[in-house]
Ligand binder design. Sequence first.
Ligand code: IPM
Ligand code: MN
Length: 363
Amino acid sequence: MRIAVIGGDGTGPEVVAEGLKVLAQASKKAGFQYTLTDFNVGGERYLSAGGDPTKPSIPVISDAEIAELRKFDAIYLGAVGHPKIAPGILEKGLLLRLRFELDQYINLRPVRLYPGVESPLRDKKPEDIDFVVVRENTEGIYTGMGGVQYKGMAAEVSTQLNCTTRFGAERAIRYAFDLCRRRNNKKHRLTLVHKTNVLTFAGGTWFDAFQAVGKEYPEIEKDYNHVDACCMWFVKNPEHYDVIVTDNLFGDIITDLAAVIQGGLGVAAGGNINPAGVSMYEPMGGSAPKYTGLNVINPIAAIAALGMLLRETGRKLGDEKAMRGGELVEQAVVSVTPKMKTQSAGKMGFSTTQIGDMVAQAI
Ligand code: IPM
Ligand code: MN
């Protein structure tokens, strides 16, 4: 397995180092092979290459680098974000660009309350918070379609289009049904989340696609929630959910709420997936500049993302040993979280590197 590594900015490289420590151990134990190739990309590189921090001026990642990334089986990303760079430059220039150009049309977010992790939801146990959000990752309001006219004038007008295609909705929905089948959770339920009562056009496309594709999965219960109600149920009855499929923006929002109920950004991992191409796995937390270099950041999310990388890439390549390695990582994480005081940076009872050692040791 060829893995491209983008440590990125802030604490990104620190958490990635712990993930790679765990990777080495998993490979020894499960017997799969891998290579690592470092890519120096991120806010720091943008600035040192002379990038303007106030507006996009040079590419954050070059065409040549993207072409190079296409040759890998997976990308392992730490974090990209810089306090001196205006919002939007790195997001559009790197993260969204990679999602679009590598056609990573699924954003996969397992939401699992690990044992010993405190959820802000009183009385909710690990068995109550265990679901997966499948977020469409290349369409919706994220495409950048639309524009602004009369900028800075009283007449300023802007449009931001929600680009929804039947093709895009269908492939996300099919992925989610397949995942639901694979998960074989006793609920066997796929919930579509949208806002069909107001967004009747885009919502209609999603809803129709859901009904049509759903016919191919008779054993799976088809469930629907409006996105606002879904937020309420996340807090009230998270045990209702098995797999959720939703549009790009709704998915962005509900997965942050989901991260909080599963114990915070220290534990939340995600994948930007092209099932037939190059996928990218990352901890959901940002670059956390104020914790950089202090050995206090929580590496659990990055380690869990590594586990996901192994399971998903292993399946794509038909590499069962790598899939097994991914399972071992997840099990090791589950055995370490109960030993930690909290999941917050600086309050874990252990340092970043100690947590990495503990997970590697558990493998
Ligand atoms: C995420 C992030 C990104 C998004 C930002 C950084 C562009 O919030 O991965 O959820 O909105 O998709
Ligand atoms: Mn987000």
